[in-house]
Write a protein that binds this ligand. Structure first.
Ligand SMILES: C[S@@+](CC[C@H](N)C(=O)[O-])C[C@H]1O[C@@H](n2cnc3c(N)ncnc32)[C@H](O)[C@@H]1O
Length: 141
């Protein structure tokens, strides 16, 4: 969120995170992660919203077709087997012509196939002339 908000002055960005202690080294101190995130985003007051909680439940409160893109970055151990149900909830939230971007989609391809996506739907993100190894996007129509 920090870098996206820094380089896109018109962007308003909503972030969702559980911020609870969950399995995995990076989440042992998830309270500190939350505090760091809130502190880093202070300089973008008015251009961001943070919602704390389970992404699955929060989806119920979000309006359909209200986001230009969603960046899905939920590759954690405890989410294994749940990606298709969460992604299914978020696809209608993206405006037609928007994109679902994400990190490590390769690790849970079958969750996307279960939703009807094909391998050819996945496009690699590009940075200058470099093709990202981990970031991909899907057009939503
Ligand atoms: C791979 S990390 C990415 C974090 C952040 N995007 C970043 O780049 O630093 C996954 C994040 O998902 C959060 N998370 C795990 N399960 C969640 C859930 N069910 N709902 C919302 N957030 C969740 C974790 O707390 C963790 O911060």
């Amino acid at each position: 969120m920090y870098f996206a908000l820094k380089s896109n002055k018109e962007l308003h960005y909503t972030g969702i995170d559980l911020w609870e202690v969950i399995e995995g080294k990076a989440y042992k101190n998830n309270k500190a992660n939350e505090a760091k995130c809130r502190k880093k985003l202070k300089e973008f007051e008015g251009r961001h919203s943070l919602i704390k909680g389970d992404a699955f439940d929060i989806s119920e409160k979000l309006e359909d077709q209200s986001y230009d893109f969603i960046f899905y970055d939920l590759q954690c151990k405890h989410m294994e087997g749940f990606h298709s149900s969460v992604i299914k909830k978020y696809l209608p939230k993206i405006k037609k012509g928007g994109v679902l971007i994400g990190c490590d989609f390769r690790s849970f391809r079958y969750d996307f196939y279960a939703l009807g996506f094909k391998e050819s739907d996945f496009k690699p993100c590009q940075f200058k002339n470099q093709r990202s190894q981990r970031l991909e996007y899907l057009h939503i129509n």
